[in-house]
Design a protein around this ligand. Sequence first.
Ligand SMILES: Cc1ncc(C[n+]2csc(CCOP(=O)(O)OP(=O)(O)O)c2C)c(N)n1
Ligand SMILES: [Mg+2]
Length: 664
Amino acid sequence: MDSKILADAIRILSMDGVQKANSGHPGAPMGMADMAEVLWRRMMRHNPKNPTWANRDRFVLSNGHASMLLYSLLHLSGYDLTIEDLKQFRQLHSRTAGHPETHLTPGVETTTGPLGQGFANAVGMALAEKSLAAQFNKKDFKVVDHHTYVFLGDGCLMEGISHEVASLAGTWKLGKLIALYDDNGISIDGEVTHWFTDDTAARFEAYGWQVIEDVDGHDSQAIEKAIKAAKANTSQPTIIMCRTTIGYGSPNKAGSSSSHGSPLGKDEVALSRKQLGWKYDEPFFVPQEIYSAWDQSERGGKDEAKWNELLASYTEAYPAEAAELKRRLAGELPTGWEAKYDETVKAWQKEGVKVASRKASQMSLDLLGSLIPDLIGGSADLSPSNLTQYKGVVDFDFDSGEGTYLRFGVREFGMMAILNGVALHGGFIPYGATFLMFMEYARNAVRMSALMGIRTISVFTHDSIGLGEDGPTHQPVEQAAILRSTPNMVTWRPADAVETAVAWKSAVKRLDGPTALLLSRQNLAPQARTGEQLAQIERGAYTLYESAAQPAVIIIATGSEVELAMEAARKLAGEKVAVRVVSMPSPERFDAQDEAYKERVLPKAVKARVAVEAGWADWWYKYVGLDGAIIGMHTFGESAPAEQLYEYFGITSEKVYEAAKALL
Ligand SMILES: Cc1ncc(C[n+]2csc(CCOP(=O)(O)OP(=O)(O)O)c2C)c(N)n1
Ligand SMILES: [Mg+2]
């Protein structure tokens, strides 16, 4: 069957979907339909009947506003996405959301919409493939062997993150990453020549990519030839620059930004049908012969069956490696790791280790690294400060793909979005590090990790004014509050080495979302705990100290300020005040506990409460109420040695003591 008609089916479904929803973006799907037809029907290895087949080629729609393209592709290829689903485009709880959301729709590899980030996710997926292949493939047994394809538009390439990740992809020699650029010369404001005049080809050549220029994005032969050339080059990522017409097929809106983000209109839809030569007037109707030509179930099933055979013979030849690979792909942790880990944490509790929590984090990584080979990650050029490089970890080798320590350079946003891609690919526990302040640079990727519900671990060190002399540009104030206000994010701000180790454990065990570890630059005193208290750390908050069973006043503290709370509490206890200190390293974990536990730790009847944290004070009203007191930050920081700053901002044990007294 003529590939033009098959591509037109995408165009029809896309414009009908947008028309029915009376909302959406028809132009990009209509422009990219030919590229998509070649890729999905001829090139990509995927099985619609098993969208989670481990060795499938990955496809990312970085210009996520073209969501109807992806839904049409999934539907036509034979995935579990019906024509009824397509008719529900953009409606509440449908599987065809405004922008593609992974976990909502089978076959959608990642959630896209924030431009540029899908591209970064794709880089992460290609990185994961390369690393996993290096760890598990044997001569004659390429059990990990797939490509990662990404569609991206002008918007993606204008975004700064595209620079960060394209640069890394070139350096990392991600030869199985293939980007197809929808070069239509249009973005929302009109013709991009007025704001986007980069020489994109020269730019990608400079990154070390193979660039295939001047491909007619409506010529399926040319597209196929380009993708073949891209696949043939295994040492460089490839960008294929496809010249396309936005809204292709629409007589009055093609080539214009008017087709970008609103329905074509009933009349124009009819005219487009005519211009395309589409014979069927009924919306959403696709004739059986087109469905048959599109269906990839048989081809995909064969591809997967072939791979299953390969995996079976690999399992025979290398049973241990095969078992390990299967464990990794299933996202299960190795058996027995936790008991060994806990033993060491108990030993730390006994010894009383006095280190900064960033150092404790590295010690935790030393331990985790020896127990769980699934870790992959690194730092955005702050390895010596973030302390993410652990015992025995080896730098990622660009040629062989061996080694799991990643030096992201100064690219926080790119790093976090790449880690999202790694997590989505599977087989790894990705982590990345920077100063807590520069979480802001990575912010949207951190949010996307929470939205997608995937396991990424952020190591955010230098977590307060406690970092000292670098001053307010580097001192986080509102960042913990921002992270804690992000749905499905779990933060930890541990008070000492033991709490840090528990935070890491909790992060590794958390399968349905990201964890942010907020860690100190300065040393933290070890706290004494009973076995019961040690076990309670995982619950996010617990009674660390009490002078009497019924407290008159409760002091809630996190991280470096737990020491101050303890000092104040001892002084109060000396005056026979019934005082309790609650250490709350993870408010989100605490909120998730049962009511009885929460009542035990923070009895509602006790209204005299003081919170202390060298962060945004207002956030703590949630736990102290309007009758409580908060010792925290109300302004930006200052440049000075840390001890002076704590004095200057009034974050001292004396102030905590006074605040508690005032409440009694
Ligand atoms: C980070 C981000 N900023 C802004 C937007 C809003 N937005 C959606 S599409 C678009 C224009 C994109 O242009 P292009 O990629 O060329 O898409 P085309 O018009 O060709 O479909 C913008 C600004 C967004 N989705 N993400
Ligand atoms: Mg464009």
